[in-house]
Write a protein that binds this ligand. Structure first.
Ligand code: UGA
Length: 353
């Protein structure tokens, strides 16, 4: 793959050490000719090295970091975020700053310096959808209804949505070349931390269930686990991003959902599938239970949720002839194996397995 000029060009992944960022950096190195810069505070998840890869250990809010990244690269991909729902009502100021304030200079500078900004937004911008009103979420037509301000869950969605609107405004009124990506529940190896081992607090559902499986605890279902999510495998997701990077003419000025509507399940179905895969693979002498908890018990006051979240992927499918291919049953064994390999030795009772 090459840049607009036909020559290999330079691409910077802000958050290149994170879950989505590290998978993208690896694929950029393996499948394209770009010179890649990865900016992040840590790089433990990045499992690639190359003469074409430069790592910059820094936080994007540190003075000069965004300026240097924009000046040195042709394409800027912003993946940094505070994106665990447990933070939205416990650290809302940090969430608003990380997802909006710290990225405003990036938008302004990309516009001024004529760089292509590919921004990872979120499916959460679509807001709150009830099970009774479960139309797939569409980039051009779906309303975006957030809960009231006292439901701090929506700080994240609101900050992300405002940044999208800023990017859109710079695109339409100041000539910014942009593409906004909305990931829908991407899962895969090296996702979130396990509380008490390499992080504190509550990660997203996959890591919550992995912690329960590894520690032989009940899998907790918030409000009974009836909410639905459609999960996409990280490799399918990253392939879509590579297609976007390779097709600037079709993708600049666009907002694109990336998800897998075929993998739509309730959270309790996800829990049952994970228990089954885990028991088959590791044969623990333990009978796992699924346990319902209230949202208030699990997340504290101010939490709220979307009951369903199904992506409409017609736009990206038509534009790029891209389709997600990995089923939940295909991806879960790989993801569970990854967590087991990384964490089991830190948890008593798994030695030697
Ligand atoms: C989160 C982020 O807010 C989004 O930005 C992001 O796009 C999305 O994850 C993602 O992974 O792509 P959400 O889907 O609510 O959104 O995240 P999870 O924490 O994974 O929760 C999914 C559902 O599982 C929620 O209904 C939650 O209440 C439930 N849950 C979570 C449980 O029932 N048990 C748990 O132990 C954890």
């Amino acid at each position: 793959m090459s840049g607009n000029s036909g020559q290999p060009s330079r691409i910077c992944v802000l958050g290149g050490g994170g879950f989505l960022g590290s998978h993208l950096v690896e694929e950029l190195i393996e499948k394209t000719a770009f010179e890649v810069e990865a900016v992040d505070t840590t790089f433990e998840k990045l499992a690639v090295s190359s003469k074409r890869l430069r790592v910059t250990q820094a936080s994007i809010e540190d003075p000069g970091v965004i300026d240097s990244a924009v000046m040195a690269n042709d394409i800027l991909i912003s993946t940094t975020a505070l994106c665990n729902p447990a933070l939205y009502n416990s650290q809302p100021i940090d969430v608003i700053n990380a997802n909006y304030t710290h990225l405003v200079p990036l938008v302004e500078l990309c516009s001024k310096q004529s760089r292509w900004l590919i921004h990872y937004s979120t499916c959460e911008v679509y807001g709150k959808m009830s099970a009774a009103d479960s139309a797939a979420m569409n980039e051009a037509n779906s309303p975006m209804i957030l809960g009231p301000v006292n439901k701090e869950r929506w700080t994240y969605a609101c900050a992300k949505q405002l940044l999208e609107r800023l990017i859109w405004a710079y695109g339409k009124h100041a000539g910014l070349a942009f593409t906004i990506i909305r990931p829908f529940n991407v899962i895969g190896p090296r996702m979130d931390f396990i509380p008490g081992i390499d992080g504190e607090g509550v990660p997203r559902v996959l890591a919550c269930f992995m912690k329960a499986l590894l520690k032989r605890e009940p899998l907790q279902l918030v409000e009974g686990g009836g909410n639905r999510r459609a999960f996409i495998y990280v490799k399918d997701f990253t392939q879509a991003v590579l297609e976007i990077i390779g097709n600037p003419g079709r993708c600049q000025g666009e907002i694109l959902n990336i998800g897998n509507p075929a993998n739509d399940v309730t959270i309790s179905e996800l829990a049952e599938k994970m228990v089954k895969v885990f028991q088959t693979r590791y044969k623990p002498q333990h009978e796992y239970r699924l346990q319902s908890v209230t949202a208030e018990e699990f997340y504290g006051p101010g939490y709220d949720d979307s009951e369903v979240r199904i992506p409409d992927i017609e736009k990206i499918s038509k534009l790029l002839k891209w389709q997600p291919v990995t089923t939940l049953d295909q991806m879960l064994p790989t993801v569970i194996e990854d967590y087991f390999t990384r964490y089991a030795s830190d948890i008593s009772g798994w030695g030697g397995q």
